[in-house]
Design a protein around this ligand. Sequence first.
Ligand code: G3I
Length: 359
Amino acid sequence: MRTPVRRIRIGSAALAASAALLLGLAAAPAAQAGTDGAKETKTLHELARESGRYFGAAVDNPELADTEFAELLGTEFGQTTPGNGMKWYATEPQRGVFDFTAGDEIVDYARANGLKVRGHTLLWHSQLPDWLTSGTWTAGELRSILKNHITKVVKHYRGKVFAWDVANEIMNEDGTYRENIFYTTLGPGYVADALRWARAADPKVKLYLNDYNVEALGPKSDAYYTLIKQLKRDRVPIDGFGLQGHLALQYGFPGGLKENLRRFADLGVDVALTELDIRMILPSDETKLAEQADWYARVTDACLAVRRCVGITLWGYTDRHSWIPAVFPGEGAALPWDENLRHKPAYDAIRSALTAAGS
Ligand code: G3I
């Protein structure tokens, strides 16, 4: 059994660790005795770090109030991403009025627990504030709104986040540009502009494009490949490609994942699995959980096989808090910890994959 080593802080207030934990008498959920007993002394992040990667999990602000959840997040993982707290509706709820409360809460929590933070996201078609979506903007106005938003948010988090999902989900499944408000008003050049504005606001942070359904080789990942190649040619600052990794057992494992990661890395950018979860049609059973475990191992292996794959972030880590049941009724059980924060077979599979690579 493992004794948690880090004290958990949420915002500025330290959460009192339970007396049992302070005395090292009780096992936190992360310290469950596994079948290999004493071998389970390293966290997933510590194992990933042995291969030069991080292992992280996203968190939505309300979840920090779940102290059991927050403790395990702070001990098991080395990176986090705010599930919602840095999105446009949260950071600029009124035009020109910025609110960093939610993002700051996660940054403070992460700092107190030694986790690095991925910024998510500067530009997306979803979760935009009403003032932005209901307005009628000329190209000049929208350009200035977008530039101001990116500049203010990136400057605020300079030195506090290691990477930004600058543009999120900008392509359709067929590889054409998604007709979001930015594309329809500004044309495709908004992507390069956004990247340049982000770079001007923070010369060091890693700038990513990020999307789902891009894990397999296919028209959508091809579109990003072409775009990133062009951006590099044009000397537009682009540092990475984030593959969200919202997978579902019923659709099959993404074909060519490793080759896909490698082709982006060969363009000279980092790659990362940024929002990994693997859902199934409920109810779960032993067979599905075993298949899910195998998929988690295969995704982990694929990342570890590509030098520029810098890390893996789960989108949450427990079935207790997951976006899936609300969006895909009848599906779920997507994460490596169950609702009671007990390890599922997927946890052991990830662990084995990381251990094999580290040794
Ligand atoms: O803020 C309101 C709150 O006031 C209200 O009481 C509550 C009632 O339902 O809803 C709250 O808003 C919810 C918001 O999350 C904040 O919790 C929305 O209903 C809910 O739809 C929204 O879901 C988020 C979703 O993005 C929106 O598309 C998920 O939490 C978040 O995990 C999810 O994350 C996305 C990534 O950003 C991009 N990739 C896909 C991924 C999963 O959809």
